[in-house]
Design a protein around this ligand. Structure first.
Ligand SMILES: Cc1ncc(COP(=O)(O)O)c(C=O)c1O
Length: 470
């Protein structure tokens, strides 16, 4: 069983004391960590006494917080093992998933949309092709030839000549990232990651023993000096970048910086992994058609964002030797991507641009609706307009993201707080807002955010001074 130490938990909790009583603020903050996956199910929480010391509060405060977590079903007490995060088999507390008064819960937790129109037809065509495969054993560890050819053709058409043996089909991009982590990292290796970034990639790297080294991505995108400094200081084994419509900021890396990354990686012996999962989702007037990242990098792609998350098709595009190396590490965790899904992928890829036209239009409409509503209702927030992807990274101006997310949740809006996208609890001033609902609902999202913002403003603040007891 994995235990989170008092120090690590204190660092994840960040500035948790946003109100009194302290035990309730602490319990709420742990709840948020559980809900957004930063505290994994099965994790044993630090002992009460140790956490009390690390947080500078009384043991009674921590005891009361743990008792409250037990009451709401977020942790369970196991004899001899302390308090353990448990799977949520029901909405954990009455106020956690209270529906929005106008209807269902509004959920913008995931950067994802329902399937594109045209998927059903592609599935039907794929089914008719299935008999070409069912006579064989079906264990297609590298991917069926027709899908690898379709992926290779897409890169070649976009200016990166690619052969089918330079493609490895995976079970989504997440699987690709995890395979790359397992293949190329040994415990203690440094991995350059952006901050904020897609958190499950960081989990894959740390799970393989990697140590994240962070380079900031902000409103203005990446900073040349920070990139130079991080490469030179850490000489990372891997660098993981999301250069197109970055999750969560929506930023896109300009061409000159891509060349800088290549130069730095060559100088410091770093293998660069570029995650181009969002690349097909440009919708702004200035969004240029996607071109693959230049140079000798490992490309990760997926149909999850452009077509449907339920179609678990991703891939790695790299030189053939790298592909073989990763392929050799694939077993025993899995024995290939389902053949029928791959055939669907081969059907959709050649017409991906047409299939995503509507999706890009919807994203643009939702993005514009969100910005119009934010400008009207929450003008103090800084919400950058973006050219593609699913989200914008709002600067709230105050370190209250977690409190705001809890208040929004109580009003029926589910979303992730800023610290979810940082390492070590940073980004309390930021909030990822996904524009993944239709425009009318995005207006409702902003209504709830505005009401939650008022709730947060009304929270009784703790006065600086003596440590608060329960
Ligand atoms: C940047 C990024 N990469 C990869 C993934 C996971 O993609 P897939 O569903 O293909 O595993 C996500 C999902 O949110 C993502 O945001």
């Amino acid at each position: 069983m994995q235990t989170i130490s008092a120090r690590a938990l204190a660092s994840l909790l960040g500035a948790w004391r946003d109100r009194s009583p302290a035990y309730a603020a602490l319990a709420d903050r742990v709840r948020l960590l559980v809900l957004d996956g930063r505290l994994a199910v099965g994790t044993r929480l630090a002992a009460e006494r140790d956490l009390a010391v690390a947080l500078g509060v009384s043991r009674a405060t921590v005891s009361a917080a743990y008792a409250s977590l037990r009451e709401t079903g977020h942790v369970t007490s196991v004899r001899g093992s302390g308090s353990v995060v448990r799977p949520l088999d029901r909405p954990a507390s009455a106020n956690e998933r209270r529906p929005h008064p106008d209807g269902d819960v509004l959920d913008i937790t995931n950067a994802a949309l329902p399937a594109v129109d045209g998927l059903q037809a592609a599935v039907e065509r794929a089914v008719t092709r299935l008999p070409q495969h069912t006579g064989g054993h079906g264990y297609e560890m590298q991917g069926v030839p027709e899908l690898r050819a379709a992926v290779a053709a897409r890169y070649s058409d976009r200016g990166l000549p690619t052969r089918p043996d330079e493609v490895l089909v995976t079970i989504g991009a997440q699987h690709a990232i995890a395979l790359l982590a397992r293949t190329f990292l040994t415990p203690g290796d440094r991995v350059l990651v952006e901050t904020p970034t897609y958190p499950r990639a960081v989990q894959a790297f740390t799970g393989a023993g990697g140590r994240p080294v962070q380079v900031p991505v902000g409103r203005e995108g990446w900073d040349d000096d920070a990139l130079r400094d991080a490469f030179a200081r850490a000489r990372p084994r891997l660098a993981y970048l999301v250069p197109d419509f970055h999750n969560p900021t929506g930023a896109t890396m300009p061409a000159h910086q891509r060349r800088t990354v290549n130069d730095l990686a060559a100088r410091h012996g770093t293998r660069v992994v570029v995650d181009e999962t969002m690349a097909d989702l440009g919708f702004g007037d200035r969004a240029a058609p996607w071109v693959p990242f230049p140079g000798d990098v490992v490309h990760v792609g997926s149909l999850a964002k452009s077509v449907w998350g339920g179609l678990r098709i991703g891939w790695i595009r790299a030189d053939a030797a790298t592909v073989r190396e990763v392929l050799n590490r694939r077993s025993p965790t899995d024995l290939g991507t389902p053949v029928l899904d791959q055939l669907v992928g081969a059907e959709v890829l050649p017409s991906l641009d047409e299939l995503t036209t509507r999706r890009r239009g919807s994203l643009r409409a939702a993005h514009d609706a969100l910005h119009a509503a934010l400008a009207e209702r929450l003008p103090s927030w800084e919400a950058p307009r973006v050219e593609g992807g699913f989200s914008t990274w709002v600067n709230l101006g105050e370190p209250v993201s977690s409190s705001l997310v809890l208040a929004a949740r109580a009003r029926g809006l589910l979303l992730s707080a800023g610290p979810r996208f940082g390492v070590d609890g940073a980004f309390e001033r930021h909030l990822r807002v996904c524009f993944t609902l239709p425009p009318r609902q995005m207006h409702r999202v902003v209504d709830v955010l505005a009401a939650a913002w008022d709730d947060v403003a009304r929270l009784p603040r703790l006065q600086p001074g003596p440590i608060a007891l329960v």
